[in-house]
Design a protein around this ligand. Structure first.
Ligand SMILES: Nc1ncnc2c1ncn2[C@@H]1O[C@H](COP(=O)(O)OP(=O)(O)O)[C@@H](O)[C@H]1O
Ligand SMILES: CC(=O)OP(=O)(O)O
Ligand SMILES: [Mg+2]
Length: 413
């Protein structure tokens, strides 16, 4: 039996899910789920779920970094006597890590000294995401000497994006030297979505084509043709494309020089490990829903009558249909379904209504009653009967996807 830890380290939270895998080829079984959030707005809070035990939002002291959070969670797992599968840290066989930027890595990679240093070099391309992930990888390599650490990259799923789609119209020599191209992200989630939806539609993944939307704190769209990424809205970094909780998404690239004269200077929030410019700080951390409305909670924005919230909502609708229309054409109308996923995609019934209404001309339609019901299945059809194309909601799970890929790669055990 293998015990698999799946770690998703974000800018303000660390989520860890624990699985056991008894047999190769079988999906891993979740044992527990732990999350420490509020890392950037202390006190940090612990949520923990195992079977019927449920801790929600318990304040935890002296947690000042993602590494502290990971240490705390490891301790919590070992001390939980009812979690008989983990009585010491040595019981953990694999630690899977979500690493947002994987550069040219087309698949997951076991992390050794070499891989680790290569990933450090890539951190400049996605400092806000990779820095915290790598800090945890390092902490786990030390704290779990018996475990194999594996990096799963958000960018790998998009390795199939054709050259003309991934190439920016800039000096090719500089582009090549500095590795400037579209990489795309949320790929672990898109891999989950593609497999889950293909299974739901009872089709092989290689015959499944989707317009998929992963709408969370960071939001992106993906055109999936015959199970493979054809295009996605994020680019060199997760800043491109759709706006997010604190991200601007696409703006005219020269805008930032009119916004501030300090664009190229290091941001005051840079640290020894994380170097970011003032421009990156403004566009990644001080924009998006937070800047427009004061809140990062899109649920609150959706139900508010405040004009700033209504505008933010309409901005999201506008940017989303921009990508849906574009991807519909790129897929030549061969689309099995429009899929909503991520916290906002899964819970935002009103947003789904407005988007699908706008896409009626393409042949999408909603069943309002199903759309408004609480969605518990992994994949739920919310489309109108008789509509040309299906509309689905998929409860994506990045931690599970990593554990599943890890278990699928295990030697018979
Ligand atoms: N009822 C709701 N309607 C729309 N959006 C919601 C609702 N509840 C939560 N959300 C949004 O879901 C987001 C979290 O999505 P999630 O995919 O979990 O984020 P992350 O990218 O941080 O993992 C929150 O930022 C919040 O805006
Ligand atoms: C890639 C990315 O934007 O990730 P997240 O949505 O977790 O911030
Ligand atoms: Mg996310």
């Amino acid at each position: 039996m293998a015990i698999i830890l799946s770690v998703n380290s974000g800018s303000s939270s660390v989520k860890v899910s624990i699985y056991k895998s008894s047999k190769q080829g079988q999906d891993p079984i979740q044992l527990a789920d732990a999350q420490i959030s509020g890392l950037t707005a202390p006190p940090a809070k612990l949520s923990y779920q195992r079977g019927s035990e449920n801790i929600k939002g318990q304040e935890v002291k002296d947690i000042n970094s993602n590494e502290d959070a990971c240490e705390y969670i490891l301790d919590h797992l070992v001390k939980d006597n009812s979690l008989s599968e983990i009585s010491s840290r040595d019981d953990i066989t694999y630690a899977c890590h979500r690493v947002v930027h994987g550069g040219d890595y087309p698949t997951a990679h076991v992390i050794d000294e070499d891989t680790y240093h290569h990933l450090e070099d890539l951190t400049d391309l996605a400092p806000l995401h990779n820095t915290s992930a790598l800090a945890i990888v390092k902490a786990c390599m030390k704290a779990l000497p018996k475990a194999t650490n594996i990096a799963y990259f958000d960018s790998s799923f998009h390795a199939t994006i054709p050259e003309a789609v991934r190439t920016y119209a800039i000096d090719p020599k500089v582009a090549q030297r500095n590795k400037l191209r579209k990489y795309g992200f949320h790929g672990i989630s898109y891999a989950f979505i593609t497999r889950a939806v293909a299974q739901y539609l009872n089709k092989p993944e290689s015959e499944t084509s989707l317009i998929a939307l992963h709408l969370g704190s960071g939001a992106s769209a993906c055109a999936i043709k015959s199970g493979k990424s054809l295009d996605t809205s994020m680019g060199l970094t997760p800043l491109a494309g759709l706006p997010g909780a604190t991200r601007s998404g696409d703006v005219d690239p020269s805008l930032i020089f009119h916004f501030t004269h300090d664009a190229g200077k290091p941001s005051p929030s840079s640290t020894k490990e994380m170097h970011i410019s003032t421009a990156e700080e403004i566009l990644n951390k001080k924009s998006g829903w937070k800047a427009l409305t004061g809140t990062t909670d899109f649920g609150e924005i959706s139900s508010s009558q405040d004009p700033a919230c209504k505008l933010a909502f309409e901005i999201f609708v506008d940017r989303l249909i921009h990508f849906i229309g574009s991807y519909y054409v790129k897929l030549e109308g061969e689309v099995d379904a429009l899929v909503f996923a991520g916290g906002i995609g899964e819970k935002g019934a009103l947003l789904r209504t407005r988007i699908v209404e706008k896409c009626r001309c393409l042949g999408f339609g909603l069943d309002e009653q199903t759309n408004n019901n609480k969605i518990e299945d992994v994949v739920r059809d919310i489309g109108m009967e008789g509509a040309r194309y299906r509309t689905l909601v998929c409860q994506t799970d990045e931690q599970f996807e990593m554990a599943r890929q890890c278990a699928a790669g295990l030697e018979g055990n």
